[in-house]
Write a protein that binds this ligand. Structure first.
Ligand code: GUN
Length: 283
């Protein structure tokens, strides 16, 4: 008996369809949700992501604008641009594509974004809201998308052992915060964790975000567990996850790579942008 495959591509398409209705509702009230993406430099992977964000935004009726800046853009030029966007009522969401070139201070750039427009959920105010369990902020898109995958697959985290592998600010840490908010018992494992396999074998829900191809083996997985693979590794030109394919014979549910978590990240970015626009109606 193989694991049930969680089809992120199809769930993301459902989310986009739902969103289109909300965007139409906003338009009737004279609001067109606006997302501005700032891309500094010419990193090809970032350019690919940004193009994909723009195309998908257009499909649901979000007005998406990409500002491309040269790689030698100064800190003050970038902060000035963010300040202008913070003041612009037509811009509901601001996303600065990471990583930034090395001479720029990423933390200061993120802090410059108005938290109400921080659709990435990276601003310390939004990080604090997430960990304090407060509503009204934004959580980062990949972990929010994973919570939506669980929800739409009718997997209820409350009371379960959730193990998150990886402790990045973009995925691992906010993932742990969201699972805790959903009443899971959460363990975070990382590159220094001792007895890793023993921790993993306890996991009813396992989220792996370490960027190491096929690192997690089938016999580390509890039979019937929910396995969420955030990995996007290229091996011999082929995309593969952080979890070995043999896991499909052990897990109860598993996300494929590609077509699992990946499509959910952009869908969630659009959700956050629409939420940011809807909140302006309440001001
Ligand atoms: N680079 C890789 N993932 C992300 C993301 O979710 N947001 C931003 N801004 N940059 C990224």
């Amino acid at each position: 008996m193989g694991a049930q495959i969680i089809d992120g591509k199809s769930i993301a398409a459902d989310i986009r369809r739902d969103l289109k209705g909300r965007v139409d509702g906003l338009r009737e009230q004279g609001i067109i949700p606006g997302l501005t993406v700032i891309l500094v430099g010419d990193d090809p992977a970032s350019q690919t992501y940004v193009r994909s964000k723009q195309r998908t935004s257009g499909e649901v009726g979000i007005n998406s604008n990409v500002i491309e800046l040269p790689k030698d853009t100064s800190q003050s030029e970038l902060i000035t641009l963010i300040n202008d966007l913070n003041q612009d009522d037509k811009v509901h969401g601001i996303l600065v594509q990471l990583p930034l070139p090395g001479h720029l201070d990423t933390d200061a750039v993120i802090r410059a974004i108005n938290p109400a427009k921080d659709v990435d959920g990276f601003h310390p105010t939004n990080v604090g809201n997430l960990w304090a369990g407060l509503d009204g902020g934004f959580a980062p898109c990949t972990p929010s998308g994973i919570m939506e995958l669980l929800h739409r697959s009718e997997i209820e985290p409350s009371g379960l052992n959730a193990v998150v592998m990886g402790r990045s600010n973009i995925v691992g840490k906010p993932m742990a915060g969201l699972l805790l908010k959903a009443n899971a018992t959460v363990t975070i494992c990382h590159s220094r964790t001792q007895g890793l396999e023993d921790h993993l074998r306890q996991a009813d829900i396992l989220v792996v975000a370490i960027g190491r191809a096929r690192f997690v083996k089938a016999d580390w997985i509890k039979p019937g567990a929910v396995v969420i693979d955030v990995g996007m590794n290229r091996v011999d030109g082929k995309l593969c996850g952080d979890v070995d394919e043999g896991a499909r014979d052990v897990a109860g549910y598993i996300t494929p790579v590609p077509g699992g978590v990946g499509p959910m990240t952009i869908a969630q970015l659009l959700v956050n942008t629409v939420i940011a626009a809807e909140r302006t109606l309440l001001l």
